[in-house]
Ligand binder design. Structure first.
Ligand code: PMP
Length: 450
């Protein structure tokens, strides 16, 4: 009865992100009621293994009392403190210091946001400010990778390179460019990783030559492209892009909104290749989704230019009311304690186990590729393994997979093209991985027989 009336209210009033609004009106909402560890319970009482950590964000898993206590204590003591006008709060300062300690060498400064989209948008503004401060006022163009996702804000969505986020919205804007995705499975130079890497670096150099390096401000990439289908670039690609950016005097931005906080093993995926970006964007796992928060991490060499960008006493005109929100920051501090107290170690060991177990699906019918790193992975289904042909849109493979998976007690990201994305909480155990594999197995069997 309660569920019914909530469904009616939902249909009448709540606009959901990234759904067909008309389809949602027909289908209705799936209400999630509670969570514990890696499991969710819906309003019908179904218990589901959350193979997607909410939306790649509940890295620590559900139901941690210590996180709830940290938030409650901070709310009692001081629910809000602005960061404007020299004010601040203890949790925001401590969290910034911890992030600077964990971030790559030379990345020492933190600007807090509410999530990933405004972190990317903040970077866009700060990049412009940086080049203007250096007197290179023609450096306005941004380059990103096809299949990349960098949020839904009005400017950041232009760096995102998924057609769904562009069509009808009049983006990308001027001075936003894309080069091919370093996807070893689908790039013409593949599957050899070095060849794919070299080809995409060359595409970057060609694009920069076309625009003129003196007109290019920054390049942005995800260490693993999440929303584009969990595409894992060849080893060494990000490092090669960093080197090309340094050589051409272009800022190098790494978007770790998904890959941060143990998702691929270490706290930051930058560690895999020893990257030292000019900016890193983070969100999601920063607070494990218990409270909204994102951040821009900034290299000291960039900070120094920006800090000198205005005359003495003139403010940097960029701010958000909830930047450094003390409750979110208190949550972030507690979450980091959990990560460092064993979950990162678990992400490394269970991540390796997860990779091994997922690989068992390689030879199954319809499975084109199994790929991933740590606890971020995908199975790409294809209609023809030899030609790698995708399913036609009318097959509605994604929604069907989501529905079959749900019936089998598992939530994963069902991409429209038939790719299954996985990002379980990093506290997942080997037994839970086995359960996940069993439920994916049942799902694949059912879709293959359909
Ligand atoms: N960047 C990346 C790499 C992301 O995956 C996302 C969200 N999925 C964002 C930015 C945007 O973050 P948010 O949804 O918190 O605004």
């Amino acid at each position: 009865m309660l569920a019914n009336s909530l469904e009616a209210l939902d249909k009448a009033h709540l606009i959901h992100p990234v759904v067909s609004l008309r389809e949602h009106e027909r289908r209705g909402v799936t209400i999630l009621q509670s969570g514990q560890g890696c499991f969710l319970t819906d309003s019908a009482g179904n218990r589901l293994l959350d193979g997607f950590a909410g939306l790649w964000c509940v890295n620590a898993g559900y139901g941690h009392k210590s996180i709830v206590d940290a938030a409650a204590e901070q709310m009692m003591r001081l629910p809000y403190a602005t960061g404007y006008f020299h004010f601040g709060s203890e949790p925001a300062i401590r969290l910034a210091a911890e992030l600077a300690e964990l971030a790559p060498e030379g990345v020492d400064h933190v600007f807090f946001t509410l999530g990933g989209s405004d972190a990317v948008d903040s970077v866009i503004r700060l990049v412009r400010y940086y080049w203007n401060a250096r007197g290179q006022t023609a450096k306005k163009n941004f380059i990103a990778l096809q299949s990349g996702y960098h949020g839904s804000s009005s400017t950041g969505s232009g760096l995102t390179a998924l057609p769904l986020f562009h069509e009808g919205f009049d983006v990308p804007g001027a001075r936003q460019h894309h080069i091919p995705s370093p996807n070893p499975y689908r790039h013409p130079a593949g599957p050899d990783g070095d060849a794919v890497s070299a080809a995409v670096v060359q595409s970057f150099r060609d694009k920069v030559a076309e625009l003129g390096a003196e007109n290019v401000a920054a390049f942005i990439m995800e260490p693993i492209q999440g929303s584009g289908g969990v595409i894992v670039p060849p080893a060494g690609f990000a490092k090669a892009m960093q080197e090309a950016c340094r050589e051409l005097d272009i800022l190098f931005v790494v978007d770790e909104v998904i890959t941060g906080f143990g998702r691929t093993g270490p706290i930051f995926a930058c560690e895999h290749e020893g990257l030292t970006p000019d900016f890193i964007t983070i969100a999601k796992g920063l607070t494990s989704g218990y409270a909204p928060m994102g951040a821009v991490l900034m290299a000291d060499r960039v900070y120094q230019v920006i800090a000198d960008g205005a005359p003495e006493g003139v403010a940097l005109g960029h701010g958000l009311t909830y930047s450094g929100h003390p409750v979110s920051a208190a949550v972030g501090l507690e979450v980091l304690k959990l990560y460092r107290g064993g979950m990162i170690d678990n992400a490394h060991s269970v991540g390796a186990y997860f990779t091994r177990r997922l690989a068992e699906f390689r030879d199954r019918p319809l499975v084109g590729e199994v790929r991933g790193k740590g606890l971020l992975a995908a199975i790409e289904l294809v209609s023809d393994k030899a030609t790698k042909a995708k399913f036609p849109a009318e097959a509605r493979i994604g929604p069907r997979l989501a529905e079959i998976g749900y019936r089998n007690g598992i939530i994963f990201r069902a991409f429209n093209d038939g790719t299954l994305g996985f990002a379980p909480p990093i506290c997942i155990t080997e037994d839970e991985v086995d359960l996940l594999i069993d439920r994916v197995d049942a799902t694949l069997t059912e879709i293959s027989n359909a």
